[in-house]
Design a protein around this ligand. Sequence first.
Ligand code: 5RP
Length: 222
Amino acid sequence: MTQDELKAAVADAAIKEIEPWLDKGTVLGIGTGSTANLFIDRLKLLRDSFKGAVASSQASAERLKALGIDVLELNSVGTLPFYIDGADEVNADLQMIKGGGAALTREKIVAACAQRFICIADDSKYVARLGEFPLPIEVIPMARSYVGRELVKLGAEPVYRQGVLTDNGNQIIDCYDFNIKDPLELEARLNAIAGVVTNGLFAARGADVLLLGKGDGVERTA
Ligand code: 5RP
């Protein structure tokens, strides 16, 4: 199977995972990226079975609206039963690196409001240790150089993602060569740097369910 076929398979599996729980009042949390897009496309058939969605990016919001799915403001919604999103890397503890699509801050916020985070990914994303994928960090623009210097002190090689502005008007630094021994500890440590809005480690709030697309089918871990 190609990577795209694996992504489609996990999008289908996520639909099966949530479908029994949907009712007219359900608001879903929806992620960002090519895997999340495949999931959004499949939601079209279910659009009369739930109330609407909170999106983790403008791009996902536009895609949902184009399919006739109501997009709600997070502030007008309480707890979300599900947040469905992809990942750039995921490990056996269902901790992730996210933010390849620069949506990490809103992804973390929507995930924080969800009872269950369902991670959908093809098996190229599954790693023994997080950190091969450069760790994205969203920074307040005026703090970019300072944060970069602090990241060097922590052993990373920070690279400014040129030409990218997040939905929040901020910039992204990608950290190469981070030795991520303890994702929880590093997530907290990075958050403590002045000027850091969010880092792409999803360890404190990892996934609850992983649907991993493999050549022989979708493997479910919870
Ligand atoms: C966006 C993300 C995405 O979930 C991550 O980049 C995976 O994307 P894709 O499904 O396209 O591989 O974190 O900020």
